[in-house]
Design a binder for this molecule. Structure first.
Ligand code: FES
Ligand SMILES: [Fe+2]
Length: 390
């Protein structure tokens, strides 16, 4: 069945009509949108292979020669840190017989195929094809090495975030980011310094992890500790973005670990921003938490329809934030998310179990607390339908 036929089977006109009503009257996506393997395959083809997707962070490959394999939309891909300092993305397949080139992170001066030892420069150029035409004879007149370099994929960075796009015709990353960059113009992302990460796996569809993240209705019930430092009473909703949606807190106020050692703030923030936190889902797979004293990226990697890997990567503000004295203050932020996301995993997995029921025809939404979740579901459908029509 084609992606188009699958989308039309699950996102029927009736389902779409109910979803696109005002939030208080709308009905959300049916369970099949979270559990049907054919729907997941269609999302790979129409969403993950057609939008700018967060593939990781620059500190995954800090040094020249660093090579990191990844999978996107079911395809083996490779990130490479070049001798010119540029991070590039390629299809992770050899141009000889198509063997996967790199299977785990490595640092090397060339990209080396383990099968017949073809090697590529860090910019993807085919360099050597040893004994291709017999022992000691590396090439022949009819073979043009310049036509057999690694196949490049569009790759651009925003601060420490690496984005890739498998669609050669997609608009530049900046077109996607411009409204969010404008929203966060006061935060100088060039100051961000990597300060640690967390990794989780969960047996749930990728969209459920995001929907849970863009809704703070559940804070008092699931996250009492978070609610005490970032109360649901101070929630703000971000629903006016193009391709992004989020929540926030007007008063993010964890108690200082040691009053003498406070994390540096972004310089130049106004008074409101100095207590605020915003958590934005940038479609499809990265949520960015921006606080006055740190930023995190919450990167979602869909593995199968019901299995998802989650990464959090934390960044602090400037070199002064990275001193040993501030280690407890940095750890406080990471520990808080470790606790909170641990609490979320059971809930998100329960959502997935519910979606397996044929009785799960779609959720209702609070018009006050869940307009963000409703907006995310509309973005999911809008992007699929746009790409179905192309
Ligand atoms: S498959 Fe890579 S060198 Fe043969
Ligand atoms: Fe939560």
């Amino acid at each position: 069945m084609t992606a188009k036929a699958t989308i039309e089977r699950i996102l029927t006109p009736d389902v779409q009509d109910r979803l696109f009503r005002p939030t208080g009257e709308a009905i959300g996506l049916p369970g099949a949108a979270y559990t049907d393997p054919a729907f997941f395959a269609a999302e790979r083809e129409l969403t993950f292979a057609r939008n700018w997707v967060c593939a990781g962070v620059a500190n995954d490959l800090p040094n020249q020669g660093d090579q990191v394999p990844l999978e996107l939309a079911g395809m083996p891909l490779l990130l490479v840190h070049g001798t010119d300092g540029v991070i590039r993305a390629f299809h992770n397949i050899c141009r000889h017989r198509g063997a996967q080139l790199v299977s785990s992170p490595v640092q090397r001066g060339v990209v080396l195929c383990p099968y017949h030892a073809w090697s590529y420069g860090l910019d993807g150029t085919l360099l050597r094809t040893p004994s291709f035409c017999g022992p000691g004879v590396n090439t022949h007149d009819g073979f043009d090495a310049s036509k057999h370099g690694l196949l490049p994929i569009r790759c651009e960075l925003w601060g420490p975030l690496i984005f890739i796009n498998l669609d050669p015709d997609a608009a530049p990353l900046d077109a996607t980011l411009a409204p969010l960059k404008q929203r966060w113009a006061a935060y100088d992302f060039s100051l961000l310094r990597p300060g640690g990460g967390l990794r989780f796996t969960l047996d749930a569809n990728w969209k459920l992890a995001i929907e849970n993240f863009v809704e703070r209705y559940h804070l008092p019930f699931v996250h009492p500790q978070l609610n005490s430092v970032s109360s649901v009473k101070h929630t703000l909703h971000i629903t006016d973005g193009d391709g992004f949606v989020g929540v926030g807190s007007r008063n993010f106020a964890p108690p200082p670990v040691t009053p003498d050692h406070l994390l540096p703030h972004f310089p130049g923030l106004d008074e409101a921003a100095s207590t605020k936190a915003e958590y934005v889902e940038l479609f499809p797979n990265v949520m960015i938490g921006v606080h006055y004293n740190h930023v995190y990226a919450f990167i979602i990697q869909p593995i199968t329809v019901d299995h998802t890997v989650e990464r959090f990567e934390f960044f602090f503000v400037g070199d002064d934030a990275m001193t040993p004295e501030l280690a407890p203050a940095r750890a406080q932020m990471i520990d808080l998310i470790n606790l909170v996301n641990g609490e979320d995993i059971d809930i998100v997995q329960r959502l997935h179990i519910g979606c397996r029921s044929p009785a799960m025809h779609g959720s209702v939404f609070s018009p006050v607390m869940e307009d963000t979740k409703h907006k995310f579901q509309r973005i999911v459908v809008e992007r699929l339908m746009e790409n179905v029509r192309k």
